[in-house]
Design a protein. Sequence first.
Length: 343
Amino acid sequence: MTVSFSNYIRKVDMVCETLFLAAVVASLGITEGFIPNQGALRFTALGDWGGQGESPFTTPVEVAVAKAMGDVADMYQSQFTLALGDNFYTEGVKSVDDPRFNETFENVFTAKALYNPWYVIAGNHDYYGNPHAEVEYTNRSARWHFPSFYYSMRYNIPASNATILFVMIDTVMLCGNTLDETPGSDLGGPEDVTGALKQWRWIEETLKNSKDNYVIVAGHYPVWSIAEHGPTELLVAMLKPKLEKYGATAYFCGHDHNLQHLKEDKSDVEYFVIGSAHVVDPSTAHSDNVPEGSLKFHDGDTSSLGGFAYVEVTASNATFTFVDALSRKDLYQRTLYPRKVSD
């Protein structure tokens, strides 16, 4: 963030424990007297946030993330949210009329600052149900944007001619589905090979034709991850080379229920796992299955109540921040820079 919560608190001379600070900030009104950077595009991102399949259809982690993300979105005037799949645990939704849309989404993420576009993709749990119903829900909700299983959108960065492209992909369609009892990311390959090849061609053309200053690719399955599921072999083999060839800025994902940042020394692509908005999993089972030295940050603290990401993008740089839902503190920050775009 341009101004971290800790710096904000210091400005008003409140020096206390983190939890107490969060309570004080909330009681005072977190946006009062603070003007976010009007020359920036500001958004939040979360993955694996979809509550649970039985009453009350939420988890304590999801509820905490919803509240904290609302506070952050309010303070920084966030303009939209990326929802990175596993939107409804455990078996997705049955139809566009499924009450889970209200029980797990509309009635949980109620902060006024979150009534802006939510750009949604599907995860493996969404495919256990009716993912087409989630696409159809776009026509029912003013903020739910899931126009097709893969799509892109472009935003202008304020006070500049710079742009950022978001490439939202369907990794279940590309790689196949997995069951919870399946260890790691042992996927069987795409169910519809023709459909997967069509999406691969679309991804390549979209990346190839981009002249944007930043390109964020977002999917559900990770490319790299040290946690329970680990790297997704097919994405390592087929997506990673495309990200590198066409100079993508970063890849956002979920699937593993923690927060991670990875970057290979010989690549400019940054990888962020943002998957702790439902439960938190401390697993590091695949720490030996990622490139040596690539892990820059990992948080799987089960005593926390999960987390999410806040991103602020200007023409000169982008600041990615992992935020802890319980304390509201910044867990980790990474600065990203514009791509070198040829004419």
